[in-house]
Design a protein around this ligand. Structure first.
Ligand SMILES: Cc1ncc(COP(=O)(O)O)c(C=O)c1O
Length: 401
């Protein structure tokens, strides 16, 4: 007789025995520079809350007010009865911020990728994807009936080769869709979007960038990667992003032409078939856009902190990879050592988690640090001191001269 549930514990036990299970760390309060994690006060060094907005008074105030004026939930999916004036205002405000004709808000960034990608390319089409694209893009591509071709990470020459092959395929592909992350979340490097956009234009391909880690970070006032490279929207037709990182709240979005948005909200199944954001979330997102427009100091401080930390870590002898953004990997190599380093950092009072195989290739284990604008110089010195003593104890960097 078949046991219908035994695989649940078997597979979980396998993960535990390989130390690949997620051990959840619990925050006993807001995501702030100093947090209480599993009952211990630590410096937060790995959240995506780049600008510290998740705990910004204007966002909290806006969320509270929206509960009073609009209630706790939206009551429906967007196309039926779940579109409130707040949802429309957020989309107007976001489009203005992004300098795009229109924007559309999804429940999450994952829902945007999973809902839109399969509609942009289907049977008879080809999707050309960077080999290190985020899992939500990979799943969006899997939901599509298009063929998938992968190019080497951030390699425009390899992309050109793949596009040439795609153009010469028989039977001819109907549409070509190029998809890339803007900033790659494990290494902090930036996609060569200028070259990707030119190749897209040369080959009649649509270009889709997932800027989850670029917005609030890159470009004029944190407007993101399209602004960073000063690209026109007829070359990067889909700019996707999320409110869950630098904006400090939750929610996915796409920006581009009015034609894109009209298409997206009529066709994305994650958008039409899933409940819309509660008013408090939408109001906090509007406030986040407002803060980015009116308080440029957060993005500036994020970059000052980033430069300060990267320099100190390099001076100490750490290998910080090829990051060009506030995501700074501290390369360790062996998975076991990366876990030991993370544990020692936590003991000293810094939360920075290890990224190990299979999330990155074997031998490329690291601690992924993510900078935050709300950290002071004293906080940074504390973290640098923690890395120094833990790194020396584990012989990751040389001892004192
Ligand atoms: C590159 C990238 N795209 C999409 C997402 C998903 O965003 P969300 O948290 O809004 O679902 C993430 C989040 O980890 C991401 O890093």
């Amino acid at each position: 007789m078949r046991d219908p549930t035994s695989f649940l514990t078997q597979e979980y036990d396998d993960l535990v025995s390989q130390e690949l299970d997620w051990k959840l760390r619990v925050l006993g309060g807001p995501s702030a520079p100093w947090c209480v994690v599993d009952g211990k006060k630590v410096l937060m060094f790995c959240s995506n809350n780049y600008l510290g907005l998740s705990n910004h008074p204007k966002l909290k105030e806006a969320a509270k007010r929206a509960v009073d004026t609009h209630g706790a939930g939206s009551g429906s999916v967007r196309p039926i009865a779940g579109t409130m004036d707040l949802h429309m205002e957020l989309e107007r405000r976001l489009a203005r911020f992004k300098e795009a004709e229109a924007s559309l808000v999804y429940q999450t960034g994952f829902a945007a990728n999973a809902g839109l990608i399969p509609q942009l390319a289907g049977k008879g089409d080809v999707i050309v994807s960077d080999e290190l694209n985020h899992g939500s893009i990979i799943d969006g591509v899997r939901l599509s009936q298009a063929e998938r071709r992968v190019y080497k990470h951030a390699d425009a020459e390899d992309l050109a080769r793949v596009l040439d092959e795609a153009e010469n395929a028989t039977p001819q592909f109907r549409r070509i869709l190029i998809i890339t992350d803007g900033v790659f979340s494990m290494d902090g490097d930036v996609a060569p979007l200028d070259r990707i956009a030119s190749l897209g234009a040369e080959h009649g391909a649509m270009v889709y960038v997932d800027d989850a880690h670029g917005e609030g970070v890159l470009g004029e006032g944190g407007r993101g990667i399209v602004s960073h490279f000063k690209l026109s929207r007829d070359r990067v037709q889909v700019e996707m992003g999320t409110f869950s990182k630098a904006f400090g709240v939750v929610g996915g979005h796409v920006s581009g032409s009015r034609g894109l948005v009209n298409f997206a909200y009529n066709k994305s199944r994650t958008w039409t078939l899933s409940g819309s954001h509660p008013p408090a979330v939408v109001a906090a997102c509007i406030a986040a856009v407002d803060v980015l427009e009116h308080e440029p100091q957060h993005v500036q401080t994020l970059w000052e902190n980033t430069r300060y930390f990267k320099k100190a870590m390099t001076d100490l002898g750490f290998d910080i990879g090829k990051s060009a953004t506030p995501i700074t990997p501290v390369m360790v190599g062996e998975s076991g050592k990366a876990k030991q380093l993370s544990a020692k950092l936590y003991d000293i009072g810094v939360l920075a988690l290890p990224i190990v195989y299979p999330m990155v290739a074997q031998g490329k284990a690291r601690i992924r640090t993510i900078m935050n604008a709300a950290l002071t110089k004293e906080d940074l010195d504390f973290a640098i001191g923690a890395f120094e003593s833990a790194g020396r104890a584990l012989a990751i960097i040389p001892g004192p001269k």
